[in-house]
Design a binder for this molecule. Structure first.
Ligand SMILES: Nc1ncnc2c1ncn2[C@@H]1O[C@H](COP(=O)(O)OP(=O)(O)OP(=O)(O)O)[C@@H](O)[C@H]1O
Length: 348
């Protein structure tokens, strides 16, 4: 469904500065896959999606989407995809339901189906009460939900979503995911979904495959479970008398499967491929050496641990620091120029 080879994007910012936003990404996404693309701010995720959706041309490399080259046949690509970008796609002076319906008709739905889909999506995304209101009167969170409704109104074979849930409250995030998953199972053809998210729990729970991007390159690509097992490992924390921590650490280093051992006061933290499997052996070794273990905690790694082990940095910190405030309390007002071109502007 997607095939890129050496996909590259440079932005020439000035005579002396070029931003190498995407540096040779080669990626294959099969029909029916649900792929989450993770990475810190500025990693190149949006730029990659914008090339795949034909909003910007690649500097080098190739990309085929739904069987069509993004440079040679952008129209064919556009008609095969649904896209939710980061910029507000709706016209400020239009009414909410009309905007969703119009987008549906642009995407090829007949008027009745467009209305039914619009009403369904406005209900799912908690916008039914705002259906007759003008877009400019919506809060930031409501406007984001409207963007998502416009992107999902037709049920294309390929959905590309750039941070669809950013700024939504937990209730609306859950509804959105429920709807996306239902759309997917209801569609006759396998629906392919590629999305970026800063919510690691979403990627962990819903994505069948996680692609980690950093500095414009893919640095890991696998299922969340495989990435966690390969790159982060489980943590077994054992508490002993402070004077015994060194002896226990030495024993733990010799235990099968141990990747690393760290001491923190009376706590010995063992990184191992299989925490629950390794714990009985660690306890037996401690017991045989006369060391009394007073507490054991086994923790499975998160995708943030995966990123940390790959890069030495935490994804969570960058996400929290830059998550936009889409408060539902205040109307968002007329938007300033969006950071990315919108679907309506460019794909219509
Ligand atoms: N139009 C542009 N002109 C110049 N530089 C750009 C432009 N668009 C993106 N960049 C730069 O390219 C790099 C990648 O940006 P991109 O938006 O793709 O990152 P991202 O991974 O989507 O980040 P975020 O998680 O913050 O959305 C960044 O350094 C960004 O500043």
């Amino acid at each position: 469904m997607i095939r890129t080879r050496g996909l590259t994007k440079d932005f020439v910012v000035s005579r002396t500065e070029t931003v190498h936003a995407v540096r040779g990404i080669s990626l294959d996404v099969e029909p029916g896959e649900l792929v989450a693309v993770l990475g810190p701010n500025g990693a190149g995720k949006t730029t990659t999606l914008r090339m795949l959706t034909t909003l910007i041309p690649p500097t080098a490399g190739t990309a085929e989407v739904a069987g069509h080259d993004v440079v040679a046949h952008p129209d064919r690509v556009r008609s095969a995809i649904g896209y939710v970008g980061q910029g507000g796609a709706a016209g400020a002076s239009q009414r909410v339901r009309d905007e969703v319906m119009t987008q549906g008709e642009i995407d090829g739905l007949d008027r009745r189906t467009a209305r039914r889909r619009a009403d369904e999506l406005l209900e799912v995304l908690d916008l039914a009460d705002q259906a007759g209101r003008k877009v400019e009167s919506l809060s930031g969170g409501q406007r984001r939900r409207l963007d998502v409704a416009m992107g999902l109104v037709h049920t294309p074979p390929l959905l590309i979503l750039d941070e669809p849930s950013t700024g939504l409250d937990p209730h609306n995030r859950a509804n959105l995911w429920d709807h996306i998953l239902r759309m997917r199972t209801a569609s006759r053809e396998p629906m392919t979904i590629v999305l970026t998210t800063h919510y690691l729990d979403e990627a962990d729970t819903f994505a069948e495959r996680v692609v980690v991007v950093d500095h414009g390159q893919v640095i890991a690509d696998d299922t969340a479970d495989a990435l966690k097992a390969e790159l982060a490992g489980d943590r077994v924390a054992l508490r002993v008398a402070p004077g015994d921590a060194g002896k226990l650490a030495t024993l733990a280093e010799r235990a099968p499967g141990t990747r690393s051992v760290a001491i923190d006061g009376d706590r010995v933290e063992v990184r191992t491929a299989d925490g629950p499997g390794a714990t009985p052996g660690l306890l037996r070794a401690a017991d045989a050496a006369g060391l009394a273990v007073t507490r054991v905690d086994v923790t499975r790694p998160t995708l943030d641990d995966v990123f940390l082990s790959l890069t030495g940095r935490s994804l969570r910190e960058t996400a929290v620091a830059t998550a936009p405030d889409l408060s539902d309390d205040e109307p968002a007002g007329t938007p300033t120029a969006p950071a990315t071109s919108t679907r309506k502007e460019v794909l219509a």
